[in-house]
Design a protein around this ligand. Structure first.
Ligand SMILES: Cc1ncc(C[n+]2csc(CCOP(=O)(O)OP(=O)(O)O)c2C)c(N)n1
Ligand SMILES: [Mg+2]
Length: 561
């Protein structure tokens, strides 16, 4: 057994099923070791997507996801994906395959210092050396899963990969032991609840790793508390629940913010400020921060409780707390939810007549409205309309992945789910290009469930090459591309700053082609054709692209409102 085979054997034992990446010479020993093993090497379009797929398989399975790259440019591409695992808290082992050990310090083609590259975006970065392979790998698997989970980097020189293994495979032990502060929490929270007139619960990214969602819900119901979530925590408590009051900091943020401002106590359960800083929405309201990590103190923040702890042990005690009276009125929650739903769906006002001919230049000032012509030709479809049509067609066990842009804000606020892990995106790393690899990872993990990716046209332009992965693996994922012709989120930011439009126009959306790289494509310009196209995509046994030509106008009422 050589060291590459040792690594693959240990990954297989840990439950790893895929390693994602793009090969070159130094990667070949690992790929060879994976042939016929239980770890399948999956070729991706770019190493960045490999990192995202590793992160998503890691989150969905609880087993570290694995991605593998070559040196230099392979490693720098991979770093963007690994950054996602770092800030979205996904367990990942990222392996860079390097030149032979004697060349490691030389100035040669493609070589850079991988440890310097990955150091700031991983929990640890270990070199693998002859006789020092099994131990660092076992550590890497354990560290990746430690709370909070994240990526660990390993550098594998080619001579080490092909050398006879000097160690037997080593099992890794999960190591996280966090303080049990449940008694302290129970006592202090009871007091805080007794004093509070309008306490509210918020759940966030750390809560996605709790196993006690139902227990938390019992506490919420007993105390009669409204709850809100971040984008990552969507569905971990049911969004159809009468106490649900919205998603913080996304589309129609002002509706949710006004609701939160009535609260005099924020019980933050598994809130990770990586998603949205407390400063942005809590004002001076006291925060009872229950999480595995302490929140960083900030100007004006009132952290009433901020001791890192074992979250599930703390949650386990919450339903026993004596029910405290409060001033919330359920009818007001209903009114708030109705107003929120309505505000998320502004009506389409007819486009003003556009000057002709359209300005040919992509860089225009505020007067360059003519550039919106292409996007507006599809007037009739809006993003919120697309999401309503899709929501009606996707069964409750269906998985939605969505990308980064104005559409992220709208999806996070408008999509309703009662199930965990079926509304997937990034809200820590917030990188464009996540929806496609996330969808492919979800489909690999859950081949029997429908998976749909929703992404902006800018994100599609950035990641379109990954479609070939879906085609090759026959991953039945409909991709709904939102053709508005703009980087709308940034365009809206330019509006808010009163800047001119520059660097945000993608060009007039062209007619949809019959296929992209062999993946069939259909346009949709109204609700009926969209409905038919989604049904078509969901019935196929391979991937599809549905280009929804949307009018982005209403987004300026819902995003950064
Ligand atoms: C890798 C990366 N580059 C740039 C950004 C900044 N950014 C955030 S959203 C966005 C525009 C996305 O455009 P599109 O996919 O068309 O979505 P839309 O905003 O139109 O809904 C940009 C450039 C980012 N988040 N990630
Ligand atoms: Mg766009």
């Amino acid at each position: 057994m050589n060291n590459a085979e040792l690594i693959v054997a240990m990954l297989g034992r840990a439950g790893v099923r895929w390693a994602f990446g793009v090969p070159s010479g130094p990667v070949l020993p690992l790929i060879e070791a994976m042939r016929g093993s239980q770890v399948e090497y999956v070729l991706t379009g770019s190493e960045t997507a490999a990192g995202y797929m590793a992160a998503m398989t890691g989150q969905l399975t609880g087993v570290p996801g694995v991605c593998v790259s070559t040196l230099g440019p392979g490693a720098t591409n991979l770093a963007t994906g690994v950054g996602g695992a770092w800030l979205d808290r996904a367990p990942v082992v990222a392996i860079t395959c390097n030149v032979p050990t004697p060349w490691l310090r030389r100035r040669i083609q493609m070589r850079i210092d991988h440890h310097a590259l990955f150091g700031p975006i991983t929990k640890a970065s270990f070199p693998l050396r002859q006789g020092l392979v099994a131990d660092p790998l076992a550590k890497a698997l354990a560290i990746a899963l430690d709370e909070p989970p994240g990526p660990v980097h390993l550098d594998l020189p080619e001579d080490v990969a092909v050398s006879e293994a000097a160690e037997p495979p080593v099992s890794f032990q999960p190591r996280t032991v966090l303080p049990d502060c449940s008694g302290e929490v129970a006592a202090q929270l009871s007091e805080a609840l007794a004093r509070s007139r309008r306490p509210i619960v918020i759940t966030g990214l750390t809560f996605t790793r709790s196993r006690l969602a139902k227990v938390l819900l019992r506490f919420i119901e007993r105390q009669r508390l409204p709850f809100i979530t971040t984008a990552h925590a969507k569905g971990f408590l049911p969004e159809s629940h009468p106490n649900w009051a919205g998603v913080i900091g996304r589309a129609r943020r002002t509706n949710v913010q006004r609701f939160v401002e009535q609260a005099d106590l924020i019980i933050a359960v598994g809130y990770d400020p990586i998603e949205i800083n407390y400063e942005e929405w809590t004002g001076g309201t006291p925060i009872f921060h229950l999480s595995s990590e302490a929140a960083e103190p900030g100007d004006g923040l009132r952290l009433a409780f901020n001791t890192p702890l074992d979250l599930d042990r703390a949650i386990a005690r919450l339903p026993e707390l004596p029910a405290a009276a409060n001033d919330w009125v359920e009818e007001e929650w209903v009114a708030h939810r109705l107003a929120f739903e309505r505000a998320l769906r502004p009506s389409l006002t007819p486009s003003p007549p556009l000057p002709s001919p359209p300005a040919p230049l992509p860089t225009v000032g505020r007067g360059g409205q003519s550039l919106e012509r292409g996007a507006r030709e599809g007037a009739g479809l809006t993003l919120h309309g697309v999401l309503d049509v899709l929501h009606a067609l996707l069964p409750p066990d269906g998985i939605l992945t969505y990308d980064v842009g104005a559409h992220h804000h709208q999806v996070a606020s408008q999509w309703r789910t009662d199930e965990p892990w079926n509304c997937l995106s990034t809200n820590g790393w917030s990188s464009m290009g996540i929806a496609m690899p996330a969808a492919y990872a979800a489909k690999l993990v859950h081949p029997d469930r429908p998976v749909v990716a929703v992404l902006g046209d800018g994100c599609f332009h950035m990641t379109a090459g990954e479609l070939n992965v879906a085609r090759r693996l026959r991953l039945a994922v409909p991709h709904i591309v939102l053709n508005d012709g703009w980087l709308s989120l940034i365009k809206i930011k330019q509006d808010r700053h009163d800047y001119g439009y520059s660097g945000v126009f993608l060009g007039e959306p062209p007619e949809s082609p019959p296929h992209y790289f062999g993946v069939p494509c259909r346009p949709a310009r109204d609700a009926e054709t969209l409905d038919a196209a989604i049904r078509w995509g969901l019935a196929l046994d391979g991937p599809s692209v549905i280009e929804a030509f949307i009018d982005a106008g209403p987004l300026s009422e819902t995003v950064y409102d």
